[in-house]
Design a protein around this ligand. Structure first.
Ligand SMILES: [Zn+2]
Ligand SMILES: [Zn+2]
Length: 362
């Protein structure tokens, strides 16, 4: 099969002919139909997250099940599945208490299968894969628990973006923060995830919804997805403007970039009792500082959330159904489509901040 292989940090992905083995017990094989180009992949390309090479990146994917290993119970050949980039063993304490995004049921590298080996290789050399997936490839073998069936009628590009940016953004609002109708919300960063935080806030009836970015085209998208106000942080003091627009600060400030400075701004945007919710992923080891006095005296909360605290088997099919019923706008989210051979162009555009979401379609 064809796959995009990363051999070293900060080099282009190379389209290669790659060998793939059949699924073992508890694993499924998919034909990938679409995969999104996410900022997390860019962190991996830059070598910012525990680099391991050579590797197939890609974690925002969807496909059709074409083979299943022994003891596979929840997925059948022919199913259309959205891939979860987080494990969910179903047995550890965090899974049992309903927080599978921080599943602790598996040991070992998340760049290899659960048995510590790889199913893909190039010229005999085993390849690492992002998040036990590696969706920048025509086929993927992965643990059954990461393949979540959705309705057959969902278009591949839409199913792909549900795998990461939609679920991360919408569920950050509905699950992690549990925003209520009328709550005041600010969203810092209007990329793929930030736009979905905005439409999640619209879905639950938040008001106002203040979107902040430094790129005008992203602020235009933010308005389309439900922002009631937009602020260009390169021209105005965003924190001060948010505090004025919301009558003294917002109830929830979402950070959807992954930078220390904007995490600090999110906390500064809050009214007493407010929560700052960090959704953006920073490089490893980054720290942010807060006004500790106000944190206590104003009872502010600073929290992080991965994958929007989604319960994959409930929330991923729910995102698909919300799209099919017209409550989530995912068609306009997909701004660019690429062939696998054009993937480096997709990353260049993401880095220039031009895309809402680019998707590779097979
Ligand atoms: Zn992602
Ligand atoms: Zn678990």
């Amino acid at each position: 099969m064809k796959a995009a292989v990363l051999y070293q940090a900060n080099t282009p992905l190379v389209i290669e002919e790659v060998d793939i083995e059949s699924p073992k017990a508890g694993e499924v094989q998919l034909r990938i139909t679409a995969t999104g180009i996410c900022h997390s992949d860019l962190h991996n390309i830059k070598g910012e997250w525990e680099p391991a090479f050579p590797a197939i990146l890609g974690h925002e994917g969807t496909g059709i099940v074409e083979a299943v290993g022994d003891r596979v119970q929840n997925v059948q050949i022919g199913d259309r599945v959205v891939l979860s980039f987080r494990p969910n063993c179903g047995r550890c304490a965090n899974c049992v208490r309903g927080v599978p995004v921080i599943c602790e049921g598996h040991k070992g590298s998340r760049k290899l299968m659960l048995d510590g080996t790889s199913r893909v290789s190039v010229r005999g050399q085993p390849l690492f894969v992002s998040t036990r997936l590696g969706t920048f490839a025509e086929r993927v073998v992965c643990p059954e628990e990461q393949a979540i069936p959705v309705r057959q009628t969902i278009p591949p590009e839409v199913a792909a973006v549900i795998a990461c940016c939609v679920t991360t953004g919408v569920c950050a609002v509905t699950n992690a923060a549990q925003v209520q109708p009328g709550d005041r919300v600010a969203v810092i960063g209007c990329g793929g995830v930030g736009l979905n935080v905005i439409q999640g806030a619209r879905l639950v009836g938040a008001s106002p919804i203040v979107a902040i970015d430094v790129v005008e085209s992203k602020l235009a998208y933010a308005r389309e997805f439900g922002a009631t106000h937009v602020l260009n942080a390169s021209r105005v003091n965003a924190v001060q403007e948010v505090r004025e627009l919301s009558g003294g600060g917002v109830d929830y400030a979402f950070e959807a970039i992954g930078l220390s400075a904007t995490i600090e701004q999110a906390v500064d945007c809050l009214r007493p009792g407010g929560k700052a919710v960090v959704v953006g992923m920073t490089a490893m080891g980054q720290r942010a500082s807060v006004d500790a006095h106000k944190l206590v005296s104003q009872q502010k909360t600073l929290m992080g959330t991965s994958y929007g605290n989604a319960r994959q088997r409930i929330d991923i099919p729910r995102m698909a159904d919300l799209y099919l019923s017209g409550r989530l706008d995912l068609d306009r989210l997909i701004s660019h489509r690429y062939r696998l051979e054009e993937i480096n162009e997709g990353f260049a555009r993401l880095e220039r901040g031009e895309a809402a979401r680019g998707v590779v379609v097979f």
